[in-house]
Design a protein around this ligand. Structure first.
Ligand code: HEC
Ligand code: HEC
Ligand code: HEC
Ligand code: HEC
Length: 355
């Protein structure tokens, strides 16, 4: 089963004046779709999960019971049984000419399901699961919680902890600290960089995902400190999530726009996503100065309405630059100095969190 093919970590988005859009569309008709550098999203993300490295959520639940319960109350969990029964799903699959059901189709599997090797056969085992978001776990499962011989969380040395985190990261774990990777992972599914799926299949081009609202509602499961209480994120972390979310939205919209080769719903939606994300990121950068993003955006030609003037070269280069900026920003920022962002933070979360 193919879970890593034309999937989604590649996207583009672009935009400008009306004339600019037309020119761009022409450009795309003749240009082969450009492929973004694969390192934009780590190999640990849901999109590129190797079924041989997936251990399944049952393993995680052995220790993370409260997290597992929270997950079972989400759309990510429900989609496993709900999606195959949805009339819309069959309509999309039919319009795409896909045979054999959506759980057998690599295109749908990549974003809607978790695929695990079972007795040699790649088998869909869940919807969007723990490992879709934290990385396929085979190589980090036993080391991510290993405090060292005879040690506990309290007595583990700082050096050991750092090495434990580094080892987990190196083996594909997407931990809480890695906010730019978390964001890239969400947007790699929630922006749909597949022109046929949208134009022929009638699938949405993506979600209206804003990282704070969408991670702090039904998705939230912060039980590490206390399994009885789902902790609310600090204002500092929310600011970082918000800023990185907007930059990553632009990054993935651009990756989606990069794949435009024809007129239609896909092109319209991707260009609209780029416009919207540009406006949102500009809004952030008016409130707070963030050198990493200011540098990336400096010098890019703008149309009179403030939108980016898109060119093939810009679409090819900008997403990776934004990804690098997000990584650098996260590494050097804990959000303490970003109080200017507070008034932009969403009032409501998407869905309700478990207690
Ligand atoms: C044997 C028990 C055990 C199993 C099984 C287990 N975990 Fe953990 N996990 C822990 C412990 C303990 C911690 C806290 C580690 C610490 O103190 O840094 C943790 C921490 C985490 C964290 C937070 C790490 C960070 O730095 O942000 C994530 C995410 C996580 N586990 C995901 C998973 C997933 C996904 C699975 C299944 C694939 C899993 N765990 C299986 C015990 C376990
Ligand atoms: C790039 C990731 C991606 C791929 C590939 C993908 N989906 Fe989706 N799909 C999503 C996301 C994200 C949503 C939720 C959209 C929202 O926020 O409303 C969704 C929603 C849906 C919905 C419910 C919304 C609607 O349009 O009515 C259906 C049905 C669906 N997908 C079917 C499919 C089928 C069938 C396939 C395979 C042919 C497929 N999807 C492939 C990401 C994807
Ligand atoms: C592997 C792909 C994938 C990843 C990674 C992913 N999602 Fe989703 N998400 C989906 C799909 C598909 C749906 C639609 C499920 C359905 O209802 O059929 C969805 C639905 C949701 C919903 C429910 C939306 C509603 O309509 O109420 C929220 C909230 C959400 N995702 C947030 C997130 C956040 C935040 C992240 C990153 C931390 C994330 N997702 C990562 C694929 C993904
Ligand atoms: C939609 C993506 C997604 C899914 C599915 C998901 N997680 Fe997470 N997880 C996250 C994000 C994002 C964070 C960081 C939370 C934040 O910033 O509020 C996180 C944080 C965690 C933490 C650290 C929480 C803390 O208290 O600090 C653990 C442990 C964890 N997840 C385990 C799991 C397990 C186990 C599952 C499956 C039962 C799971 N996650 C499913 C995205 C996801």
């Amino acid at each position: 089963m193919n879970t890593g093919s034309d999937q989604s970590n590649q996207r583009t988005g672009a935009r400008s004046t009306i004339a600019g859009i037309a020119a761009l569309a022409m450009l795309f008709v003749f240009a082969p779709a450009l492929r973004a550098a694969p390192e934009a999203v780590s190999p640990g993300t849901g999109l590129h999960m190797d079924p041989a490295k997936v251990v399944g959520s049952g393993k995680c639940a052995e220790c993370h019971k409260a997290e597992d319960n929270a997950w079972q109350h989400t759309h990510h969990f429900a989609t496993f049984t709900a999606l195959p029964k949805e009339k819309r799903a069959k309509e999309i699959a039919d319009a795409m000419g896909l045979e054999g059901g959506i759980r057998r189709n690599g295109t749908c599997l990549n974003c809607h399901f978790t695929v695990q090797n079972k007795e040699g056969a790649a088998t869909p085992v869940a919807g969007v699961s723990c490992e879709s978001c934290h990385g396929a776990a085979k190589d980090w499962l036993t080391l991510h919680n290993d405090y060292g011989q005879g040690k506990t969380r309290e007595t583990e040395s700082a050096d050991h902890k750092k090495k434990r985190h580094d080892d987990a990261d190196a083996t594909g774990m997407i931990r809480k600290d890695r906010v730019s990777l978390i964001a890239a992972n969400c947007y790699s599914c929630h922006t749909v960089p597949n022109q046929d799926l949208v134009n022929k299949g009638g699938h949405k081009a993506g979600s209206d995902l804003e990282l704070v609202a969408w991670s702090q509602g039904e998705v939230r499961h912060n039980y590490l400190v206390n399994q009885a209480k789902n902790a609310v994120e600090t204002p500092q972390r929310k600011r970082v999530l918000y800023v990185v979310g907007q930059a990553t939205d632009l990054e993935f919209s651009l990756r989606g726009a990069q794949k435009i080769t024809e007129k239609g719903a896909y092109r319209d939606a991707m260009l609209a996503r780029v416009r919207n994300a540009t406006t949102k990121l500009d809004e952030v950068l008016k409130k707070v100065k963030i050198a990493e993003y200011d540098q990336v955006l400096a010098g890019i030609p703008r149309a009179e309405n403030g939108q980016l003037k898109l060119s093939k070269d810009l679409l090819a280069a900008l997403p990776d630059k934004l990804a690098a900026a997000s990584q650098a920003f996260v590494a050097s920022n804990d959000g303490a100095a970003l109080d200017g962002v507070d008034e932009l933070l969403p009032k409501d979360a998407k869905g309700s969190a478990q207690p």
